[in-house]
Design a protein around this ligand. Structure first.
Ligand SMILES: NC(=O)c1ccc[n+]([C@@H]2O[C@H](COP(=O)([O-])OP(=O)(O)OC[C@H]3O[C@@H](n4cnc5c(N)ncnc54)[C@H](OP(=O)(O)O)[C@@H]3O)[C@@H](O)[C@H]2O)c1
Length: 218
């Protein structure tokens, strides 16, 4: 599922997958005409459909919706048993939506199960959840794909299903990033805290164009 204001940025992910030869169907909350530019950019391998059609169509689903909307979105879908679901969510809410708080701040909530990914796994029994692409802003997806090979960004991933992770590693590489395995799905809260750290560093340093990466020492 693609995203609204972020279409251009997250769309870069979809485009790079389509251009790498994967069949990609994008979706949103219903108005598919908004996705036409993205479908055009994806070329012959791209299409759009309603969310339940995406579930029918895809082996791998990029689940990129607001944490607070997770349940509402899942309610409109059929069974995801056996599907690989990449969870990009952070348990983060912008204060505009919370009465009595200053606008523009981010509130992190701790999901009951420990992370959004484990909540998703609890809700989608039989789906193969992999956490990835949650720890830097979507805008950097565009920049990152323009970087040279020596300056590729790290994308951490975690999950319990080895085969699913293997496939997601391939998708991360196909989108121009360096995958780094962060372990089992129980590590998902660490990746969510990495996103939290990103926000803290961004606010403390008024810095936006950065991401956390692994550096191997020689
Ligand atoms: N944005 C970032 O920089 C970033 C970075 C890291 C992680 N994340 C995480 O990624 C997730 C998405 O963030 P975002 O900023 O991209 O959010 P967003 O701009 O609000 O996009 C959410 C997407 O969900 C779709 N949607 C909403 N209700 C739906 C429904 N009932 N059925 C199907 N699709 C539905 C929306 O469609 P419409 O366009 O039709 O509303 C939109 O495409 C969040 O959990 C966030 O924490 C975001």
């Amino acid at each position: 599922m693609a995203s609204s204001e972020q279409d251009k940025s997250v769309g870069r992910l979809h485009s790079s997958w389509a251009h790498a030869g994967h069949q990609v169907m994008v979706s949103n909350s219903g108005n598919l005409s908004k996705l036409e530019p993205l479908v055009a950019e994806m070329g012959v391998n791209g299409s759009s459909g309603q969310a339940d059609e995406v579930v029918e169509f895809a082996d791998v689903i990029l689940f990129s919706v607001l944490w607070r909307k997770m349940e509402q979105v899942l309610n409109g879908l059929g069974s995801l048993e056996g599907k690989i679901v990449i969870d990009t969510m952070n348990p983060l809410t912008t204060t505009e939506t919370i009465v009595g708080t200053a606008p523009g701040e981010h509130i992190f909530e701790i999901p009951q199960a420990g992370s959004t990914s484990e909540e998703l796994q609890k809700r989608l029994v039989g789906a193969r959840i992999v956490k990835a692409f949650n720890h830097f802003p979507a805008e950097l997806l565009v920049k990152a794909t323009q970087e040279s090979d020596t300056n590729k960004l790290t994308v951490f991933l975690c999950g319990d299903d080895k085969q699913a992770k293997h496939l997601v590693v391939q998708l991360i590489e196909d989108s121009g990033f360096i995958p780094v395995d962060a372990g089992r799905l129980s590590s998902a809260h660490l990746l969510e805290n990495l996103a939290r750290l990103w926000h803290e560093v961004m606010e403390a340093n008024e810095l936006k164009d950065f991401a956390f990466s692994i550096t191997r020492l020689k």
